[in-house]
Design a protein around this ligand. Structure first.
Ligand code: BMA
Length: 309
């Protein structure tokens, strides 16, 4: 297999010991750049078992300093409160003009919904809307409007757990849903379920989507990452899907933890030199990073034979 992603040799880049407030795991962070700094919006697992978001900042994308307190915690009043009572999880950040939008999973006894929050400065975070009914996960916003509308990938937790697309005039009301990609029986690593990972990355050849794929083993589920390329003007059209996974759990920090054999991404940062930093959680316990050449990822997408549906 051609190796396209290189794991950082000093992984994990963050563990619970790096978090200034009491917590038991740090993983599945959203990633972006703000005023020249790398930002990770970190899913941290508090000692009551519920998740909140912390914030890490870095000059080089590898060494992060985490703020003393969480920056976003479950709402306790207002319309979001009953849907966030068991925590907030798996944030994804997309920069749109000078606003950073965050889709995140709202967890409660009523099922998983996708909330939308925004920030301009990573100090003040404001909730915008609850953007799905139950039961959804893995919503990622495109950084540009498509045909005049906001666009996202989403993953309803019903049916065959595939990647859907939807559109919105205002980020609040979503429609025009269409199923784009299903788990694929021909790839044993992604035959059970799939979901969008990092928000799509614009390249000259198309929107690069880094997604996760799941398979069952006799030892439970294994999570890996794959990639697909979508048409720039019409992302409903898939130009190619790689035949190989690009990242899988083979290091101890990915194999051992809260949930073993998991690599899961919520954010990737394209760099001016043509590489991309893929931030990912290892075993639902630690934060890691890997790098790849964007052209290599595009290449394996375009050579892939896997049918989307
Ligand atoms: C998914 C999500 C992720 C998690 C993964 C592996 O369903 O809950 O947050 O990393 O399972 O446990």
């Amino acid at each position: 297999m051609r190796i396209v992603c290189k794991k950082y040799e000093k992984n994990p880049i963050l563990t619970k010991e790096d978090i200034p407030y009491p917590c038991d795991a740090v993983y599945n962070a959203a990633a972006t750049k703000y005023k020249g700094k790398y930002i990770l919006l970190l899913r941290t697992l508090l000692l009551n078992g519920n998740c909140v978001f912390g914030l890490g900042e870095s000059d080089d994308g590898y060494n992060f300093i985490v703020r003393p307190k969480p920056v976003m915690v479950p709402a306790t009043t207002g319309p979001f409160a009953m849907y966030e009572s068991k925590g907030i999880e798996d944030p994804r950040i997309t920069k749109f003009g000078d606003i950073y939008y965050i889709f995140y999973s709202c967890y409660s006894g009523h099922g998983m919904r996708i909330g939308l929050a925004k920030t301009k400065d990573f100090k003040k975070f404001e909730r915008v809307a609850m953007t799905t009914t139950i039961d959804y996960r893995n919503s990622v916003l495109f950084p540009k409007k498509i045909k005049g509308k906001y666009c996202r990938f989403e993953r309803p937790n019903v049916g065959r757990h595939g990647i859907w697309i939807s559109y919105s005039p205002d980020l609040i009301h979503w429609g025009e849903q269409d199923l784009l990609m299903l788990p694929y029986g021909g790839h044993i690593w992604e035959d059970h379920k799939i979901g969008a990972g990092a928000p799509p990355i614009e390249t000259k050849k198309g929107w690069l989507s880094i997604y996760h794929g799941v398979t069952w083993t006799m030892d439970g589920m294994t999570y890996r990452l794959g990639c697909a390329l979508h048409d720039l003007k019409n992302p409903n059209k898939i130009l190619g899907i790689a035949d190989q996974f690009i990242l899988g759990p083979d290091e101890v920090y990915e194999r051992v933890g809260y949930v073993h054999n998991v690599v899961f991404t919520c954010g990737a940062i394209p760099e001016p030199d043509g590489t991309v930093k893929i931030y990912y959680g290892g075993a639902d316990t630690v934060m890691c990073v890997a790098t790849a050449e964007i052209d290599d990822l595009i290449d394996i997408c375009l050579k892939g034979k896997r049918p989307p549906l």
